[in-house]
Design a protein around this ligand. Structure first.
Ligand SMILES: [Zn+2]
Length: 66
């Protein structure tokens, strides 16, 4: 039984990580842009957070077109 559950979980993880749109943003701090500024290396979006922590959601729809 646990083998089946583990297989299903692994399968879902493979699907999620194989799909770039579901992967979300990978935020990197951009110190040149100022304190609390973050740059997404996945979609190119930039944002500034008031608490200095990386955003949790992806801002791909606000990213400049490539
Ligand atoms: Zn992004």
């Amino acid at each position: 039984m646990f083998v089946i559950v583990g297989f299903v979980v692994a399968f879902i993880l493979i699907i999620v990580f194989a799909n770039p749109r579901m992967r979300g943003c990978r935020w990197r701090e951009d110190r040149r842009a100022g304190k609390g500024a973050y740059h997404c290396v996945a979609c190119g979006a930039t944002t500034v957070t008031p608490d200095g922590k990386p955003p949790r959601m992806c801002l791909a729809d606000k990213a400049p077109p490539r």
